[in-house]
Ligand binder design. Sequence first.
Ligand code: ADP
Ligand code: MG
Length: 265
Amino acid sequence: MHTSATVIEISNLTAGYGSRAAISDVSLSLTPGSLTAIFGPNGGGKSTLLKCIAGLMEPWRGNLLVLGSPVGVHAKRVAYVPQAEQVDWSFPISVAEVVMMGRTPTLGPLGRVRAADHRAVADALERVDLTSVAERQIGELSGGQRRRVFIARAIAADPDLYLLDEPVTGVDPTTQEKIMNILDAEAARGRTVVATTHDLACAAQRFHDVVALAEHVVAHGPAHLVLDRSVLEKTYGGHLVPLAGGGVVLLDDPHHDHGRHEGHE
Ligand code: ADP
Ligand code: MG
């Protein structure tokens, strides 16, 4: 297990597409065993930040250390789960085969699958309640099951750092609960978990820390300390309506597709 002071150390990171920045001057430091939600508006740069940490995207500027080293050095100890829409669900591969992909970095000589790999896959499937569908093609699964297959692939890799892009978006409440319980347990045993979400309630209730991201980091810390009206206004651009009793409701920006239709069961 990773024991140094920070698992992710980012300073002044800027990255984007074409000539347009998606994240600007992001600085962030995350410690081992933290369970952090990155939340913010659609297009706020959540996926981009995760891709930079996962080494899938080259930042324009800034510094990024993962598990104490430049991105890529400890790639085997990092598990990245993409947003569900980025996966080709028609690909003819079974649930168990997808989960075995999590073992690829640790397979024996010539990629030989050993007993320990089969055991890790079986354990991961058990953790996410998918043992009974292990031999099914991924395309046959429901939305919530599909999401859990990729969580299982990450678990099978036995990583020090989980990077999950919208792991609970569009899944039913039971699946959301299951996934959050797993992530919580992984953090409790010292693994670092970073997940994006646009569900502010989930971020506030189920994570230790939250990062409000709207191209810039607006706030980072325990939800009850950093989530106030001014942070939410800066994050969502002022589309807030205060409620009697002190809460706020976010009004959808009509110019943004908030993606709520995606991946429902
Ligand atoms: P989020 O995950 O918070 O919704 P993203 O990181 O996906 O935000 O996107 C941040 C910005 O970068 C948005 O303006 C989005 O349109 C743009 N963007 C994301 N992916 C691409 C891409 N592959 N090509 C061009 N622009 C992109
Ligand atoms: Mg995204």
